[in-house]
Design a protein around this ligand. Structure first.
Ligand code: TXA
Ligand code: MG
Length: 342
């Protein structure tokens, strides 16, 4: 939290189809970033809360604004492949193959940190997580700032990641200097985090770029980090993605019957692969029919449940594999382990 309770005057800027207007917002945003301020901006995964990654003071503002534990490292964002070289000690061959194939795009690669990046960005680790987003607003801002940008998801620590500027504003009004509204995030789930300092390469957080796709590209098995089949990153040990009401995962052959038997008008349901009209609960949101649709909608609806005043939430889980792994990882964390199997 902001320790001195001093609120900033946050500028909420909406992008339009007027290029001159937008360019002026990017120019101002870039300047604020370069000078040590905080700018929340859209990416193709979720909204980020950016600061100059080369400035310890700027980066400390991120931790304060989010109420983020100091031992949870940040991702450094770049907008040009040539920016990578000075930020890491070396670029492993496999990391290069993946970067060439997927950047700009929703994958973050962990490499050995160079001395250019302050230790506090990486929470004291010898590594650094680097991401080159594809979203044109993100890349324009990074380029205009002239510095690499440290950016976690733009939510208060513990809450679901924001996929719209309105959800950013719910958490970051008074905490960021600027919020840029560039519409809904495309993937809706944070980037895949891949550790390229280990062999075989390990996924620490599943995302839109899947383990299967990475294994195929490298012609070798990419594994789950942590050694026990569970993706692990410092951030993953904290309470995460939690709506205000308790959330339960339903793993059942007949989720409609199980959920309807437990529901009343104050119950929320996140349906998947089922016609939402089959549920009797008070608030029913449909996460679609494919794991990618689920990923795109889940954080949005987890936050909207808070605005609907439900007192419990049941979520139907997609099967494991592909993008389903990213969805399951997030909703299981959001449920804090509460699973109903019937
Ligand atoms: O899609 C995304 O990655 C978004 C957008 C804004 O780019 N950013 C994002 O950042 O999700 P954040 O801070 O919410 O999540 C970063 C994750 C955390 O789980 C953190 O522990 C892990 O990446 N991480 C960062 N640096 C790491 C490192 N050096 N070693 C291991 N894990 C690291
Ligand atoms: Mg986050």
């Amino acid at each position: 939290m902001l320790s001195d309770n001093k609120l900033l005057k946050t500028d909420f800027c909406v992008l339009t189809d007027d290029v001159v207007h937008n360019n002026e917002i990017f120019r101002k945003g870039g300047e604020i970033l370069r000078n040590g301020g905080l700018v929340a901006f859209p990416t193709e995964t979720v909204y980020g809360l950016g600061a100059n990654a080369l400035s310890e003071e700027a980066v400390s503002k991120i931790f304060k604004a989010k109420g983020r534990p100091q031992d949870n490292p940040l991702i450094v964002h770049i907008a040009d492949l040539s920016d990578l070289e000075s930020l890491v000690k070396k670029i492993p061959k496999k990391a290069e193959i993946i970067a060439n194939h997927y950047w700009g795009g929703p994958i973050t690669i962990i490499m050995e940190r160079s001395d250019k990046i302050p230790a506090s960005v990486s929470a004291g680790l010898s590594t650094v997580a680097i991401r080159f987003p594809s979203h044109p607003v993100a890349t324009a801002l990074i380029k205009l700032s002239g510095v690499p940008i440290a950016a976690p998801s733009a939510n208060l620590s513990g809450k679901p990641s924001p996929t719209t500027a309105r959800h950013v504003a719910e958490d970051m009004m008074g905490r960021a200097d600027v919020i840029i509204d560039g519409g809904s995030s495309f993937f809706g789930v944070e980037s895949t985090v891949l550790d390229a300092t280990v062999s075989p390469l390990a996924i620490l957080r599943p995302g839109a770029v899947t383990r299967e796709e990475l294994s195929e590209l490298l012609h070798e098995e990419v594994v789950w980090g942590g050694g026990d089949g569970v993706p692990k990153s410092p951030g993953m040990k904290y309470k995460h993605y939690a709506p205000a009401a308790p959330l339960y995962i339903i793993e059942s052959k007949d989720p409609v019957q199980v959920i309807n038997s437990l529901s009343d008008e104050k119950t929320g349901v996140l349906a998947y692969g089922i016609d939402p009209s089959e549920f009797t609960a008070g608030v029913v949101f449909s996460a679609g029919n494919t794991p990618s649709e689920y990923a795109a909608h889940m954080f949005y609806y987890l936050r909207e449940f808070d605005n609907c005043g439900v007192d419990k939430i049941y979520a139907v889980a997609p099967p494991p594999g592909g993008v389903g792994d990213a969805v399951r990882n997030r909703i299981f964390k959001s449920a804090g382990g509460k699973v109903i199997c019937e």
